[in-house]
Design a protein around this ligand. Sequence first.
Ligand SMILES: Nc1ncnc2c1ncn2[C@@H]1O[C@H](COP(=O)(O)OP(=O)(O)OP(=O)(O)O)[C@@H](O)[C@H]1O
Length: 230
Amino acid sequence: MEVKNVIEVNQSSIYQRNHLVLSDVNFTLAEGEFVYLIGKTGSGKSSLLKVLYGDLPLKNGNGKVVGMDLKTLKTSKIPDLRRHLGIVFQDFQLLTDRSVEENLKFVLKATGWKDKNTIEARIDEVLDSVGMLSKKKMMPFRLSGGEQQRVSIARALLNHPELILADEPTGNLDPETSNEIMNLLLSVSKQNNCAVLMATHDYDIIRRYPARKVRCEEGRFLEVTEELID
Ligand SMILES: Nc1ncnc2c1ncn2[C@@H]1O[C@H](COP(=O)(O)OP(=O)(O)OP(=O)(O)O)[C@@H](O)[C@H]1O
């Protein structure tokens, strides 16, 4: 069977306005694959992820994410791209003025879901898959960091994404909770055949959960081949 790629980037440079952050980026991510994006603070991990979810333009080279061409992506098509992606942030980014359930409902309605029963069933399904069904009515500020991250992973799963982009998802969590979130990310990736590109500089996590690694370093983007990483 032919393997489908959910990310294909060729000969691209990543810019923040006119500042060149990364050049000569060549990268493919196959469906269902889990890959770490590593590199020091300021090396360009977030900038690359932003290009992949349409928050920064792809200025040169070619890029495709979940089959959509980043080079010709019109602003009006960005919601379409995001519908096929799940995005998980370090600071969870839940809406603070509404419950867990309402956070998820907001996303479903914004992405075109209409039927009340279908919406409720999908919310229960994703919350159950991250072990948060019993916290459905809670406000985010009453949840621990780990629980908030679980909800944000549930939110990422709502539209059956082929790809999750996770920017330092364990960055605000203690080591034990980080391990729980890693186990969850790995299991949802496997269960849903959903690829994950996870930016991190947490080397304990990388050692504990080995996977393919790519690195941003001094303006370049490299595949990491050595076993030992600093
Ligand atoms: N909005 C912006 N405007 C201009 N330059 C920016 C902007 N955001 C980031 N940069 C610059 O782009 C470079 C890459 O930053 P980026 O946030 O992608 O790195 P990172 O590897 O994700 O770091 P961190 O782990 O701190 O998030 C840095 O030199 C940064 O100063």
